[in-house]
Design a protein around this ligand. Structure first.
Ligand SMILES: C[S@@+](CC[C@H](N)C(=O)[O-])C[C@H]1O[C@@H](n2cnc3c(N)ncnc32)[C@H](O)[C@@H]1O
Length: 284
């Protein structure tokens, strides 16, 4: 049986996208919307674009680009399609290695930590940080707030159950963080579910929160806002960066995504670069 796209029934295995087409599409989106795909893993991005062509019932990258060009709001629908599933446990292992080292050194003098996962999606980032905390020497109280505009995503994050098919990808990411451990220590499997241990999120409270319209918390030590700002235009990104700055304690950290095109917008008087590879910024 042919594999059909979810909504419109176009057979996805009948669609192909060349490297050149992918490149010109991502360049054009970057020029028009400032959304940066340059760091996306090529094959997985190509798979998502092919899937999107089927979902939007268009048969070429050119037709997709016409949709993006003629309907300014369509980029958000497209990004939903592209970004869905682009979260993962221990995504960007270098970041988590860096944070482990900071928990063991930089933060040791703090009495505790307040952490905000802004745009937490289905929660993989939260469980990841929970594991990093457990593997660190940091033993002070940690309180985290995990928010998103997708209630469905928040529900899944709270349940902490993922498709077992994800296990090998997540385990591979985890091994890049800690070659000597295994995610099995933090999860159980059964009935097609990889169930994360609930003690990893004992310190977390979950809420609906819209980054564009809702109030921000204060006195945060770490704010994760990874791969969320890719949705926003430069004006919104600038406002967000200012609000994140106000939200952090002096010396607090802002962690952004590898694909967020905000580097040129960051005010060096507000944030210093702590680690460019891991995309960690420090409030001045
Ligand atoms: C690609 S996921 C990022 C997940 C995770 N932070 C990561 O990097 O793996 C982007 C998330 O941003 C959320 N989002 C989009 N617009 C938002 C907004 N205005 N306020 C809060 N969250 C938003 C989406 O619902 C989605 O769950």
């Amino acid at each position: 049986m042919k594999c059909m796209s979810d909504r419109l029934g176009k057979p996805v295995d009948a669609i192909t996208v060349s490297d050149e087409e992918l490149q010109s599409l991502t360049n054009a989106i970057f020029q028009r919307h400032g959304i940066d795909f340059t760091c996306y893993e090529r094959l997985s991005l190509k798979r998502r674009v092919i899937r999107a062509l089927g979902v939007f019932n268009v048969d070429s990258v050119h037709a997709l680009w016409r949709l993006i060009l003629h309907d300014r709001a369509f980029i958000y629908t497209f990004m939903d399609e592209i970004s869905v599933g682009l979260t993962a446990m221990f995504r960007d292992p270098v970041l988590w290695r860096k944070l482990l080292s900071m928990l063991n050194n930089y933060f040791t003098k703090r009495d505790g930590l307040t952490v905000w996962h802004a745009g937490c999606s289905s929660g993989e980032e939260i469980y990841t940080f929970g594991i990093v905390l457990q593997e660190s020497k940091f033993d002070k109280p940690v309180m985290a707030w995990a928010t998103d505009i997708s209630r469905q995503a928040i529900d899944q994050a709270q349940r902490g159950g993922y498709h077992t098919q994800k296990f090998s990808e997540y385990e591979q990411n985890y091994k890049e963080f800690n070659p000597f451990g295994s995610l099995k220590k933090y999860s159980s499997t059964g009935e097609g579910l990889l169930q994360m241990n609930s003690n990893l999120i004992r310190h977390v409270s979950f809420d609906y929160h819209n980054l564009i319209t809702d109030l921000f918390p204060v006195n945060q030590d770490i704010i994760f806002c990874r791969n969320v700002m890719i949705y926003f235009d430069s004006g919104a990104k600038l406002k967000l960066l200012k609000k994140f700055h106000d939200s952090l304690k002096p010396g607090g950290l802002l962690v952004i995504g590898f694909y967020d095109a905000v580097m040129p917008l960051i005010d060096p008087h507000q944030f210093g670069v702590l680690d460019i590879e891991a995309k960690i910024f420090i409030k001045r």
